[in-house]
Design a protein around this ligand. Structure first.
Ligand SMILES: Cc1cc2nc3c(=O)[nH]c(=O)nc-3n(C[C@H](O)[C@H](O)[C@H](O)COP(=O)(O)OP(=O)(O)OC[C@H]3O[C@@H](n4cnc5c(N)ncnc54)[C@H](O)[C@@H]3O)c2cc1C
Length: 516
């Protein structure tokens, strides 16, 4: 997956692309996999880096959504549970089982959630990951030693999936690339072109080389998440807003605050939502919030109240109470919820996806979840066939193995996310010094080299935020090792000192967003 090669491909390809996708998040990358697997000439353009948007900022769950069951959104739960099973089968190196404990503090909670979760198990059918069970007080304490014991009556345990969202995003990009799709990061779509009032192409800018291009396409798919309305306005300037963005914040703590391999699910927060405390890569991710916002930024900012809300609600369930100074990192994402005509609060808006086709033939993806990205892609490509007059070919992703597919996984090996590539990666670039740059994370010179040469990492942020997850887990530590990462990247990419200085300046500013 080489950026220069792919730009050359675009320049030399002077025919119409079958499908051009705007946006390289879960939805766009999933569509690139589906379309290229069906044999369509596929191009994907991402204005930042793959996964830089919402798709790097999720709770990292591949789940049916217990909360959606509470809301009565049965069809979404059934679809998500089915997709969870498909994804676990096709990407066993990236999706793992995780058990969740709901601690209960009154007489009715255990039977109430116990029955609900039995229904959840039944809905998953043969794709279930394990049976839910009602726990005694002693069993709950054994599973979550740091659970608040005051008034504890027992608990319920159930199972869902967990993943590393950006490693999944990069693996999807590589899967599409394996099938001859052309994917490029740092290319922003700046305009749509039309003939006879139909969208027939677009203009984009390579923001690294500062060069613009025009291309023609049979179908253009707007998969830009919370930015979808901006592309829709390029097509129909008077269009109403179709996306209702809602912000979600996570804080990251040291693992001692949970001290368990099981997650805690808090079913009823002070604002009537659920909150998770999830063990992830030797840390604990706690979140999230649901705050309706109007500004859609590439780097959304957490509100003080959101951080306090998470700390207060999590503290009620933990013996060691976290405070602001314990926060290792904060990350904030924007949900691209499909707007509804009624005045529902964002927590009530369904997370299911919609495919919108404008009168000029622009397809836009609205809403959706990481868990259902494959189904979103299938629906979008199915819609493209009739719209673009493409030769009909059926979806092939139900059984398509994701790049790096490997069944036997050692979850303690930090390289497990690379799956079958991990052996080659270990000695990639034959560096004399290949020890980890950090005691907290495994980031070696080989990983940096691999990220640049095989995974299109262009900036220090790409390596520290999305090829590895250092920035998301420990912002101070990522700042400490950034100079070594920049120096190594410059060596591999043949960049000068000015590039290193500029990269470090940008990373320094960015990392402030990840501090509480
Ligand atoms: C706090 C939070 C927690 C979540 N947790 C979960 C979870 O645990 N499990 C789950 O299944 N789902 C979860 N979700 C939902 C899931 O993360 C999102 O639904 C999904 O990531 C959206 O993907 P997307 O591709 O639509 O959007 P994005 O990931 O935002 O991708 C859109 C891309 O388009 C690019 N773009 C924008 N404009 C342009 C342009 N002009 N030219 C080129 N590119 C452009 C952007 O840079 C961006 O990368 C969560 C969401 C949030 C906010």
């Amino acid at each position: 997956m080489n950026r220069d090669t792919n730009l050359d491909k675009i320049q030399s390809f002077n025919r119409q692309w079958d499908i051009v996708i705007i946006g390289g998040g879960a939805s766009g990358l999933g569509i690139a996999v589906d379309a290229s697997k069906r044999g369509y000439r596929t191009l994907l353009l991402e204005k930042n880096d793959f996964g830089k948007g919402t798709s790097s900022r999720s709770t990292k769950l591949i789940h049916g959504g217990v909360r959606y069951l509470q809301n009565g959104d049965i069809s979404l739960v059934i679809e998500s549970l089915r997709e969870r099973g498909i994804l676990k089968k096709n990407a066993p190196h990236l999706v793992r089982d995780l058990s969740f404990v709901i601690p209960t503090y009154d007489w009715w909670s255990s039977p109430f959630y116990g029955i609900g979760l039995k229904i959840y198990d039944m809905m998953a059918g043969s794709l279930g990951l394990g049976k839910s069970l009602i726990l005694s007080k002693e069993e709950t304490i054994k599973l979550i030693p740091n659970v608040n014991k005051k008034g504890l009556r027992g608990g319920v345990i159930y199972h869902d999936g967990q993943f590393d969202d950006t490693r999944m995003a990069i693996s999807l990009a590589l899967t599409a690339n394996d099938q001859n799709a052309c994917l490029i990061n740092y290319c922003e779509v700046i305009g749509l072109t039309k003939e006879d009032n139909l969208v027939t192409g677009l203009e984009f800018k390579d923001t690294i080389k500062n060069q613009t291009y025009e291309i023609k396409a049979k179908v253009i798919i707007n998969a830009t998440g919370v930015f979808a309305d901006k592309i829709i306005k390029m097509d129909q300037p008077k269009s109403k807003k179709l996306i209702k963005p809602s912000q979600g914040v996570h804080i990251v703590l040291e693992k001692k605050f949970l001290d368990s391999q099981h997650a805690i699910m808090i079913p009823q927060t002070t604002d009537g939502r659920v909150l998770f405390a999830v063990p992830w890569k030797n840390y604990v991710v706690v979140g999230t919030t649901d705050t309706q916002i109007t500004d859609t930024l590439d780097e959304p900012k957490p509100l003080k109240e959101e951080i306090n809300f998470i700390l207060n609600n999590a503290s009620k369930y933990m013996t060691i109470k976290p405070s602001k100074k314990d926060i290792k990192s904060v990350f904030t994402g924007l949900r691209p919820l499909a707007a509804t005509s009624n005045k529902k609060s964002t927590k009530e808006v369904s997370r299911s996806h919609k495919i919108n086709i404008s009168t000029t033939g622009l397809i836009s993806i609205l809403g959706g979840k990481w868990t259902t990205y494959r189904k979103i892609a299938e629906d979008a490509v199915d819609a493209s066939i009739s719209l673009g007059g493409l030769r009909k070919r059926n979806c092939k992703t139900k059984n398509l193995r994701i790049h790096g597919f490997r069944k036997k996984v050692d979850w303690d090996d930090p390289l497990h996310v690379y799956g079958s590539d991990s052996r080659k990666l270990k000695s990639y670039g034959s560096h004399k010094d290949n020890a980890s740059l950090s005691k907290k994370f495994f980031i070696s010179n080989s990983i940096i080299h691999w990220s640049v040469k095989k995974e299109m990492a262009m900036t220090v942020e790409d390596v520290l935020a999305r090829r590895t997850r250092c920035l998301f887990l420990d912002s101070e530590e990522s700042l400490r090792i950034a100079p070594q990462v920049a120096k190594k990247m410059a060596e591999i990419m043949e960049k000068d000192k000015a590039w290193v200085d500029e990269e470090l300046k940008k990373f320094n500013t960015l990392s402030k967003n990840y501090k509480a």
